[in-house]
Design a protein around this ligand. Structure first.
Ligand SMILES: [Zn+2]
Length: 239
């Protein structure tokens, strides 16, 4: 086997093992909140990795039309580039959470540090005047010491129980994304979606928006109500 193939295989094992140990639904050492009450037909849409143009702007337009509120976990570096989108989302009643400053997996794996958490919170606070207290770790990887750092700062770590492949490049078609979500959703579900790509400052995700336009009316027809994470979990979004 060529060296590059060996490296790729090792990387794959690290990814799969890391996801299992550190990510939802099994990993994360008890820090994740992966869903709300299973007895009420409420679900929360969450979007990671933005804000970016034109994806986030198009998504906000679509959600205005649908009159649905979501929770965004945004990257500090992207907030710096697009403060207008943060202002707009917050003013529209969406909830803003922290997804770290640079979307670095390594920062959360380090035994010491926390600048990646605080710098991003500061960028968000600069625009909306409030410090977020909801956090989703980049890549969904949470070590116990990162969990401690977040708990000390008063954060709730938000996971998910409905996973989507809307981060794939090129995009999967919106109908398939929506169908997958509607099959997996249960009362209390937290749905993971992406309004941007983690390390791309500008992106145009057409199918992600189409998926939202399809799944919201479909799940409403099944009796589901869309709420934000603070409403679903009964906690504060900001300090
Ligand atoms: Zn992310």
């Amino acid at each position: 086997m060529a060296i590059s193939n060996v490296k790729r295989s090792v990387a794959k094992i690290v990814d799969v093992g890391g996801n299992f140990l550190l990510g939802p639904p099994y990993g994360g050492f008890g820090f994740f909140r992966n869903h709300g009450s299973r007895t009420a037909r409420k679900v929360a849409l969450t979007f990671d990795d933005g804000p970016s143009k034109p994806s986030t702007a198009n998504l906000l337009d679509a959600m205005d039309a649908l009159q649905v509120k979501a929770t965004f976990f945004w990257v500090g570096a992207h907030v710096q580039r697009n403060p207008d989108l943060l202002q707009r989302a917050y003013a529209s009643g969406h909830v803003i959470g922290n997804h770290s400053m640079l979307h670095s997996r390594k920062a959360g794996l380090m035994l010491t540090g926390g600048a990646h958490i605080d710098a991003s919170a500061a960028e968000i606070a600069k625009v909306i005047g409030r410090q977020p207290r909801l956090y989703r770790p980049p890549w969904g990887w949470l070590t116990p010491w990162e969990g401690q750092r977040l708990a000390q700062r008063g954060y709730t770590v938000v996971g998910w129980d409905v996973y989507t492949l809307d981060w794939k490049v090129p995009e999967i078609d919106g109908r398939s994304i929506a169908q997958g979500i509607c099959q997996d959703v249960r009362p209390g579900s937290i749905i993971l979606m992406h309004d941007s790509y983690a390390v791309v400052p500008e992106c145009h995700k057409i199918e992600m928006v189409r998926a939202v336009q399809q799944l919201v009316p479909q799940l409403r027809a099944e009796g589901y109500e869309f709420v934000t994470i603070p409403d679903l979990l009964g906690l504060q979004a900001y300090a």
